[in-house]
Design a protein. Sequence first.
Length: 398
Amino acid sequence: MVPPPAALEALVQRYDSTVFEPARARACVRLQGCGPQSWDVAFDGDGARLGPSDSDRRADAVLTADDETWRALADDLTGGLAAFRSGRLTVRRDLHLGVGFLASTAAEQGPGRLRFRQVQTPGAEISVMEAGEGPPVLALHGLGATKASFLPTLAALAGSHRTIAIDLPGFGDSDKPLRAAYDPAFFARSGVALLDALGIDRADVVGNSMGGRAALEMGLSAPDRVGRLVLLTPSLAWLRSRPWAAPLRLVAPQLGLIQPAPRAIVEGLVRRLVPARGSEWTAAGVDEFLRSYLSPSGRAAFYAAARNIYLEAPRGENGFWTRLGGLEAESLFVWGSRDEIVPVGFARHVHDVLPQARHLVLDCGHVPQLELPEETHRATLSFLGGRRVGRSAVPMAA
């Protein structure tokens, strides 16, 4: 029997279940590229076991790197995200599980290390990924994404902030209540409930796309719980006519329980949401989306959230643009000049309603934190008043 490579043994021996514990009772992570054969990590209670891959078993997550990269990761995981972004390390099928394994086997110790957990709130159990110490920052992902889309943000902010990225209810590894509204008010209440559960009185909030709209709603409905807002290409109520509004109101999103769209159509949609630049995220992003979408409750949540984005009233007493003028939180809007989903032209409308807000236009598409992470996070830290102190506490620093 061939002994496991020393680099992989070193990783598995460091496994810490207090940092990450798989939700599945018999989760399997497959490690490839370190030597001629692949190896499986099986989790059992507080421990993890490494053994030869079982060809009859489908791995829940597959991590692939070359020998040199695996040896580097075993010595120091701070280069993990850089290896991922360069394509030297790939994570497929379940990014939450794959990154959780890397975080739980990191040599970096201390309270600010990257960690995962499930947090129970009155409305749902919410999956949380956090790192760092200092003033709290809550990160909310976009439609079809998960907390993993904020991995570079955690790496960038953890040197000066306690950064908390969550799977919004209905997405990723959080609960997916069937009767939830999945509108901005629901997501805002979920964000406040999480702060309550974590004992946080007030937090800055960073949101991308749908998460940006949820962040704005937190600022409007719970101004005492929100500090500053960073809105990364936020979803905003349409100002043009919506020809499908009337018939769409008659369609119940719960139809997603029984009628999934063809996979080819779904993947095409996700590839519009996932950035073209930074292609290493594209396959992982599709995997993350499909993990939720291929479950009936995840499909219903996606349809409900997408429907609410399209149907949100722009004007009137409770219209978005009417209410936006009451926002008190200092806000930075980051737009992508090549964003086809939320065009940069929205900046003019925001300026008319919120003349005090700050704006930044970047040469990117819809997900600035993945497409141009350095520029996005430099602006974010400057706006939040953050200052990096020494090396990031995140094991996979950018």
